[in-house]
Design a protein around this ligand. Structure first.
Ligand SMILES: Nc1ncnc2c1ncn2[C@@H]1O[C@H](COP(=O)(O)OP(=O)(O)OP(=O)(O)O)[C@@H](O)[C@H]1O
Ligand SMILES: [Mg+2]
Length: 258
């Protein structure tokens, strides 16, 4: 299957800290990759390189649909169709709901003037059809700062759906969500799969990752400890392997080559 994104020999150091070391990683077309690893393993750093927020150390390469990208900026990543969903920081707190939906992709009329009425009316439609906001206190003009965790995340998800992202990065999207909100989030990942798009899903809860992922990649202290197709392992086997990684830094059982 074709790759949507490919990272070759990507390292990232922050002063003394080596967050990623020589990572080779790819996401195939229409694939959901579950990314697992302990605190500080480098998961968020990897996603920030893919969103153009961090640049890899010299020598590392990024390829988008087979083409090398020299300098991936946040705007360029967005233009390619890379969207991020995470609960914190994803939204512009001091801006209204409609502005958050259209941030960086504003609609304008034929004279090049911002089409504010159009964006607000689209937002109202999305609130009913996609976000499922029930609180009558929320309007297109509401400030995002006052939204609950689940509501904020609903906005980020809606943005990804509305603009038909090619690759959606979900970095611990279920953190702090209620049971219903978590289910909505996992449904959204399934929706990405059904619409033919791809995603990287990071979550500390493997009970969330396992059901929605096609492939699972385990990061350990900045390197890829191993990976496997979901249908190769049962959930219990996965749990056992993760304990093994914690102890030995490798996913493979003794004598096994991966
Ligand atoms: N901007 C930064 N400056 C300095 N060090 C950083 C920076 N970002 C990440 N690090 C360090 O890089 C390492 C990897 O961090 P990262 O946030 O990628 O881990 P993670 O796998 O996302 O962990 P968690 O599961 O806790 O979110 C950590 O040791 C972290 O302290
Ligand atoms: Mg993280």
């Amino acid at each position: 299957m074709a790759d949507v994104i490919q990272l070759r020999n990507v390292s990232k150091t922050f002063g003394e800290v080596r967050a990623l070391h020589d990572v080779n990683f790819e996401v195939h077309s229409n694939e959901i990759v579950g990314l697992l690893g302990d605190n500080g393993a480098g998961k968020s750093t990897l996603t920030k390189i893919i969103t153009g927020y961090h640049q890899p150390d010299p020598g590392g390469e990024l390829h988008w649909k087979g083409e090398r990208i020299d300098h991936l900026s946040v705007q360029k990543a967005r233009d390619l169709g890379i969207e991020v969903v995470y609960q914190e920081r994803a939204l512009a707190d001091k801006q209204s709901l409609w502005r958050n939906i259209f941030l960086g992709r504003e609609m304008s009329n034929k004279w090049g003037v911002l089409d504010i009425a159009g964006m607000k009316s689209e937002t109202r439609k999305l609130m009913q059809t996609v976000m499922g906001f029930t609180s009558s206190a929320i309007t297109a003009d509401s400030m995002v700062r006052t939204f609950s965790g689940g509501e904020r995340q609903g906005v980020a998800i809606t943005r990804a759906l509305y603009f038909e992202a090619e690759l959606v990065l979900l970095d611990e999207p279920t953190m702090g969500l209620s049971l219903t909100e978590t289910k909505k989030c996992l449904d959204f990942v399934n929706e990405i799969k059904n619409t033919g798009k791809s995603a990287i899903f990071i979550d500390h809860n493997i009970f969330h990752v396992y059901p929605v992922a096609d492939r699972i990649v385990v990061l350990d202290r900045g390197t890829i400890a191993g990976q496997f197709m979901k249908n190769e392992l049962t959930l219990q086997e996965l749990i056992d392997r993760l304990y093994l990684v914690a102890q030995t830094g490798s996913l493979a059982e003794k004598g096994e080559v991966r």
